[in-house]
Design a protein around this ligand. Structure first.
Ligand code: HAS
Length: 553
């Protein structure tokens, strides 16, 4: 294992992370505008509209920031645990990076120029410029090139270490990339054979139900592509930070295998209220959704066990004495612990969403917006922040200074407060019936709608206060990123170098077949075939006339 990552690999990783944070900067500013627009508190210039901002917010944060940051983290960890990249791996990784940058730029230009106010789920029959879809396809292709170059690095290591289980970080990276590549098949087929020909006018109409189903075939595993790198930090980095070790190497690997199997054949749980899909297939995919909850619950169990064992080793007595022994003054731990804590209600909300009857109540309401701000917006994003505090200094060879640690604490506390206010009010608004994806409207003075704005601390005002605190916290984070990148003092000795924490994990009792990827890929495709073949065939064979494109902006 490298003590310090090779300079060339650090440059590659840092480039990804900085592009990710540039997208984060623009995306969070859009978020601030949104909460004020929804309160009718600001008037936009006529060349800009709410749906343009909302599209930019979703694409730049949910698709761009996450993808670039994730690859920056995976590149660092793979170089750390498997050794320096060979020239081929590094060369292909740079190609993947530039493809993603070009694709992101194309997509962002179409949004800013008002040709793609279709939101990040780009539901047809809303039709964006064809270059929007080409740009997204390039981001996906670039991420595949990156993914395969990391798998290439893994294969080189495996050849040199026959019969050995790979280090846990590398195993989890490969599992995440397998999940990502299989999940992207849906969106690549939709983009290449539906959206791009339709948007460029080569075909008149689009099969809307099919395009949405292919999107959600991709859209739900997309959330695990976000979550699994966070879980990698939870499983492999946090135990090292708290002075412990991985609770169970086998459980950690099994949980990632279960995500490969169950995270894809569940997309219909985003379409439970949609006609055109028979109830049986929705029901089957809801059952599979509840299967995909299991690896998350296994993770929760494993984390609690890690904390308790480590806390007791440090002298924690009684039922909860171990809790006080955890390193609360270490922002690298506390940030990620808060992220985990948010995932308890976030995950519980997911279970409500997936319950057929309850989905009828919350679908397309602000409840869902509240859900994803305490899933991707905090467990994932705040874990990425917790990683950032040490990863950027590690990659730049700069110190993690006391002042930065203090600012980092302020940043995570303000993020947690802002998110608590904003997400809670969004959940309540959803239960009161407030729809998502709408700009400000009083519905002609309708009493029910006016209730959403009732009182000084109405849910909308609370959402705006929470959103404003989040924005300030985000700006503080950007300041921390810039300072740790270019201004913090350089480490002059080995001891001053910020480590990349990797916990010890004992694979002694781990069954070797867990690393036989072809078994898991085969079962994954079998489950996908069972869950999707007949309903997708039905959507094609009994396709309605299809829709031309609409630009409602
Ligand atoms: Fe979700 C909608 C169901 C997880 C993100 N979800 C969304 C959307 C996004 C999103 C972005 O069934 C909106 C998409 C759109 O724009 O329309 N979601 C689930 C389910 C899970 C789930 C069942 N979602 C996530 C994750 C996300 C994410 C993770 C991002 C990272 N979601 C849905 C459904 C919809 C939906 C429907 C569609 C709603 C609609 O109708 O539109 C499960 O994976 C959740 C399992 C997790 C748990 C929690 C386990 C707890 C853990 C933390 C333990 C912490 C510890 C630390 C131990 C059951 C692992 C110590 C803590 C202490 C406090 C001591």
């Amino acid at each position: 294992m490298n003590s310090i990552i090779d300079k060339q690999d650090r440059k590659l990783a840092l480039s990804h992370i900085l592009v990710g944070y540039f997208a984060f900067l623009i995306g969070t500013f859009c978020g601030l505008l949104q909460v004020f627009i929804r309160n009718d508190a600001i008037e936009l210039p006529n060349w800009l509209d709410y749906y343009q901002i909302l599209t930019a917010h979703g694409v730049l944060l949910a698709l761009v920031f996450t993808t670039f940051f994730i690859f920056g983290f995976l590149i660092s960890g793979m170089s750390k645990t498997l050794g320096t990249f060979g020239p081929k791996t590094r060369g292909f990784s740079w190609i993947g990076f530039y493809l993603m940058v070009i694709g992101t730029t194309m997509t962002t230009v179409t949004i800013i120029s008002g040709q793609a106010s279709v939101l990040y789920t780009f539901y047809a029959p809303l039709q964006a410029s064809g270059w929007f879809y080409v740009g997204l396809a390039l981001v996906i292709v670039g991420s595949w090139v990156l993914g395969f170059s990391l798998i290439g690095h893994y294969i080189v290591w495996k050849k040199a270490h026959k019969k050995q289980l790979s280090p846990l970080f590398a195993f989890m990276t490969v599992a995440t990339i397998i999940l990502w590549v299989i999940a992207c098949l849906g969106i690549v087929v939709a983009a290449l054979f539906q959206f791009i020909p339709w948007a460029f006018g080569w075909v008149e109409t689009i099969n809307v139900e099919l395009s949405r189903s292919l999107f959600w075939y991709f859209g739900h595993p997309l959330v695990y592509f976000w979550l699994l790198p966070a879980y990698m930090a939870w499983y492999v980095v946090v135990p090292k930070i708290i002075g412990g070790k991985v609770f169970s190497d086998a459980l950690a690997r099994l949980s990632f295998v279960l995500f490969i199997l169950f995270s894809i054949p569940v997309g219909f749980h985003h379409q439970l209220t949609e006609p055109g899909i028979e109830s049986f297939w929705k029901f089957l995919q809801v059952v599979l959704t509840f299967m995909v909850i299991i690896p998350s619950l296994m993770t929760a169990f494993s984390l609690f066990a890690t904390f308790e064992i480590t806390g007791r080793k440090k002298g924690g007595r009684g039922l909860f004495g171990w809790f006080t022994k955890l390193p609360w003054r270490d922002v690298r731990f506390t940030s990620i612990f808060i992220a985990m804590a948010f995932f308890i209600p976030g995950g519980a909300g997911g279970i409500i969403n997936a319950s057929f009857q309850m989905n009828e109540v919350i679908h397309n309401t602000m409840w869902v917006v509240g859900h994803f701000h305490i899933t991707v917006g905090t467990p994932v994003a705040m874990t990425f922040m917790g990683i950032t505090f040490w990863l950027i200094p590690h990659l730049t060879g700069r110190k993690l200074t006391k002042s930065i640690k203090k600012l980092a604490f302020i940043q995570i506390i303000t993020w947690a407060i802002g998110m608590l206010l904003m997400s809670t009010s969004q959940h309540i608004l959803g239960l009161l019936g407030a729809p998502r994806r709408t700009s400000y409207t009083g519905y002609n003075g309708n009493n029910v709608a006016l209730e959403w704005f009732d009182g000084i601390l109405s849910n909308h005002v609370t959402m705006a206060i929470g959103g404003s605190i989040l924005f300030l916290s985000a700006m503080l984070l950007i300041y921390i990123v810039v300072i740790t990148c270019v201004a913090s003092p350089k480490a002059t000795t080995e001891a001053e170098l910020v480590e990349f924490p990797i916990a010890e994990s004992d694979p002694g009792a781990t069954p070797r077949f867990l690393e036989n990827w072809w078994i898991w890929i085969g079962i994954c495709f079998a489950l996908i075939a069972i869950a999707y073949t007949i309903p997708i065939m039905d959507m094609i064979q009994h396709a309605p006339p299809g829709s031309t494109g609409f630009q409602t902006w």
